[in-house]
Design a binder for this molecule. Structure first.
Ligand code: DLZ
Length: 157
């Protein structure tokens, strides 16, 4: 399913438990990504009472936030963050750490962790991808989470 296609209910989606970890840095952007993810999960048929949210201070903390949420018997977790390039190299360190960290959770654990971390040069680019003219990456992450959660159930039970 591509994000441009209409979103309709997926059989078995109502049985899935999905976690969403949201970084508070650039909070307007991450809240819009969260809303996009939530709306799409509900449209796909995930029950609202099976969706858990937790907040972490910044994108760097998404790794720990997702890892600790994996103890909650979830079928997939979505990591939501927004890193915007500043005048120092902090951007590169945070982006590298969070992408490696989330990749490692996927390599080592049984629960898929979906990477919904925007890495933009400007606030305008982040706005475009979080409900603006380029869509909402949170919605795309929700579709990926449901698909991966169903794959996990198919292969691991
Ligand atoms: C420190 C920092 C900076 C400069 N920029 C961002 C950002 O654009 N997006 C983001 O999610 N977090 C940022 N942070 C915070 C770090 O992710 C982290 O929370 C702190 O370094 C504390 O570990």
């Amino acid at each position: 399913m591509r994000h441009t296609e209409a979103i309709s209910r997926i059989p078995m989606a109502d049985q899935l438990r999905i976690g969403i970890v949201v970084a508070e840095w650039n909070g307007d952007i991450t809240q819009n990504l969260f809303q996009g993810a939530l709306d799409t999960l509900l449209a796909l048929g995930v029950s609202v009472d099976r969706i858990q949210r937790s907040n972490v201070p910044g994108s760097f903390e998404l790794i720990y936030g997702c890892r600790s949420m994996l103890n909650n018997h979830l079928d997939a977790v979505i990591a939501i963050g927004s890193v915007i390039r500043g005048e120092t190299s902090h951007f590169d360190f945070v982006c590298q750490a969070v992408s490696y960290g989330i990749a490692e959770l996927n390599l080592k654990g049984e629960t898929p962790v979906i990477f919904c971390v925007l890495t933009d040069d400007t606030l305008e680019q982040a706005q475009s991808r979080s409900g603006g003219k380029l869509g909402n990456k949170g919605s795309e992450a929700a579709v990926a989470a449901v698909r991966m959660a169903l794959l996990k159930k198919e292969n691991l039970g």
